[in-house]
Design a protein around this ligand. Structure first.
Ligand SMILES: [Zn+2]
Length: 499
């Protein structure tokens, strides 16, 4: 069979299996609507920068989405931003600023850092504070169905109302308490009951509601925003393993009681990143912020490290992890760059393979494609996919070293197929940056040109030529380049995505 790019329809016929936390089984993935995938992923609570442990979850959602697209599905991904929460309120109080200002600062930081990691923005990034009406309507539905009750301005979910509570976390009712870390609240009917709406304390941000001034609980926002942007039943719900209970258990309880329908059909949970056997986390103070990591390592190297284990397995970080991943992605990009000159050679997939070396390389390519797909189809086993890619990189390097420019026409055609295939599969994982050198050069040129422009503006200011100085600032502003003057000089930054 001729190789090269397998038609997308064929890819879709090969079964993708996903481990569903709900059933604790590998299940064949069949979306609700043929050819389409509705996916929701729990996003960050924006009170701080995010670390590479958090990044693992966001990156896996990104790769799941890219692989589903590779298989020919049209994917709609929604990832929320929790922009009102106790942590946000506390941090804003510490800094003496508004919660909305604090949240916006870390929303911007989230987009800046995630885009530097090559994580594509979701189709929708809904914010809790922009969905208060939907949240209130959902809480009202739950009250109407006797699944929630109000006490003195607080609204609680009545866990006892939902017989299936615990089905995701597979916990028995007596075990549910231990994990819920509930504050003792004598007013609640049952200690497991959780907040849907919180009455605001003095100095806290609030919104009007039928129950007085307050703010939404964390769990209800995800149910409301997922259903608003994706509908009552979604295909895949993803999140970090720490969210399985109680957050996701509560999302199910709220949504399924409100609609009477299945909320999410496949639940996907990403295991922790660990350091010395402990989870990387803010509470453990052992984390590495993404914005620090990207100063030291290429985004492709960080991605390579974060997907070097299948997502359901804990991944261990040690001081050499990122340097090892750096050498791996360098080896990969050297190989693909060496194939670059063959990229436009016409692919002749039907040619007689009278060149034994080329025939063997084509077999290697075929195997790489098959193994990439079979490992990714096996619950997104990125570790296996990397193995397939790097084995083939070794074979390409060997072929190039042995034949180099002396390749036959057939050999050149196989090299062209190898280039296109590697770029495509590495694009799914985001571990190869095309023309990396060129973008480095552009960055250096931008830096030099900005220094020159700022010097010209400084000269103009010194001779009190305000018209020229202002013109430079205004024109840069129009290009989304913001200048910041201080006593020590002028700095500049590019406003991501414009104003
Ligand atoms: Zn959530």
């Amino acid at each position: 069979m001729p190789i090269g790019s397998a038609p997308k329809l064929e890819r879709k016929l090969m079964a993708l299996k996903i481990y569903n936390s709900l059933t604790r089984q590998l299940e064949e993935f069949v979306p609700l609507h043929e050819g389409e995938v509705l996916m929701y992923s729990c996003g960050p609570t924006v009170y701080d920068y995010f670390h590479i442990g958090n990044a693992r979850t966001f990156l896996i959602s990104d790769i799941v989405r890219r692989y589903l697209e590779y298989k020919g599905y049209a994917v709609t991904l929604v990832q929320n931003l929790t922009d009102i929460d106790d942590k946000i309120i506390n941090r804003a109080n510490e800094q003496g600023i508004d919660t909305s200002r604090l949240a916006q600062k870390y929303v911007d930081a989230y987009f800046e850092d995630s885009s530097r990691l090559g994580i594509r923005a979701a189709d929708v990034h809904p914010r809790a504070t922009e969905h208060i009406a939907e949240i209130i309507a959902l809480i009202q539905t739950l009250i109407d169905k006797q699944a929630a009750y109000e006490i003195d301005g607080d609204v609680y979910y009545r866990v006892n109302h939902f017989a299936e509570y615990g089905k995701l976390s597979h916990r028995k009712p007596e075990d549910l308490l231990a994990g819920a870390r509930v504050e003792i609240d004598e007013r609640k009917e049952d200690a497991r009951d959780f907040d849907l709406w919180k009455k605001s304390k003095a100095e806290e941000p609030w919104w009007d509601s039928p129950w007085g001034k307050g703010r939404p609980g964390w769990h209800i926002e995800c149910s409301a925003m997922a259903m608003k942007h994706l509908g009552e039943t979604i295909d895949i719900h993803a999140g970090g393993h720490d969210l399985l209970f109680p957050h996701h258990e509560n999302e199910i309880a709220q949504s399924e009681v409100a609609t009477g329908k299945t909320f999410a059909r496949y639940w996907l949970h990403v295991a922790f990143l660990q350091i010395d056997g402990r989870r990387m986390g803010k509470s453990e103070s052992n984390f590495i912020f993404v914005h620090d990591a990207v100063e030291q390592y290429a985004p492709e190297a960080i991605r390579h490290f974060l997907i070097s284990a299948q997502y359901r397995h804990p991944l261990d970080y040690n001081p050499t992890s990122l340097s090892e991943s750096s050498s791996a992605v360098r080896r990969l990009s050297n190989c693909i760059d060496a194939l670059g000159p063959y990229r436009d050679v016409e692919e002749d997939t039907s040619a007689e393979l009278n060149d034994a070396d080329a025939a063997s390389l084509r077999d290697g390519l075929d195997t790489m494609r098959q193994n990439f797909e079979s490992t990714m189809d096996d619950d997104f086993n990125t570790a296996g996919a990397l193995g397939a890619i790097f084995k083939f990189v070794g074979e390409v390097n060997q072929f190039l070293a042995a034949t180099g420019d002396q390749s036959s026409d057939v050999g050149r055609s196989v090299l062209s197929q190898a280039y296109n295939s590697l770029v495509e599969v590495c694009g799914v994982l985001g571990i190869y940056a095309e023309e990396e050198g060129a973008s480095d050069e552009h960055a250096a040129l931008t830096e030099a040109l900005m220094t020159l422009i700022l010097e010209v503006r400084q000269d103009a200011r010194q001779r009190k030529d305000w018209a020229t100085a202002d013109k430079i600032r205004d024109q840069l502003d129009a290009l989304n380049v913001e200048l910041q003057d201080s006593r020590t000089g002028t700095t500049w930054r590019i406003i991501k995505g414009g104003r």
